[in-house]
Design a protein around this ligand. Structure first.
Ligand SMILES: [Zn+2]
Length: 134
């Protein structure tokens, strides 16, 4: 990004990015000291996407008051139909057992769905936060 401070590897001093030029999928940053710095575009994009994804979840979690709100969020997500349905299955199971079972008992009833827990984890966390708040 223009205006960003970078440590120039060639003069080993902090310099400001004065220009950014795309090159073969990479990004060349022109530093105020006159040196150039190459950044792979894909890495750059992945890092730039992180805060916004986090903000979406955290902003959304403020408006979540029930399991239904989380299920709606699952529907709106980019997951495949199978991932959505397994995530909902996990959420319903946790919700159903939360009053009568301990967390470790809930975990053992989730073991047949274990391979789906990675995709479902952010939503399960939202549900757990909800349970803790109540
Ligand atoms: Zn330099």
């Amino acid at each position: 990004m223009i205006g960003e401070k970078k440590l120039c590897a060639q003069c080993n001093k902090e310099a400001e990015v004065v220009d950014v030029k795309p090159s073969n999928g990479n990004e060349i940053q022109v530093l105020s000291c006159g040196h150039l710095m190459e950044t792979p575009q894909s890495t750059y994009d992945a890092i730039a996407d992180l805060p916004s994804a986090y903000e979406t979840i955290s902003a959304a979690s403020k408006q979540i008051n029930s399991l239904n709100d989380i299920l709606l969020l699952v529907d709106k997500s980019e997951m495949s139909p199978e991932e959505k349905s397994k995530t909902k299955e996990i959420l319903s199971l946790v919700d159903k057992e939360k009053d009568s079972k301990t967390l470790s008992q809930i975990k053992s009833s989730l073991s047949p769905l274990k391979i789906w827990l990675t995709v479902a984890a952010p939503y399960v966390n939202l549900l757990l936060n909800l349970i803790i708040r109540q």
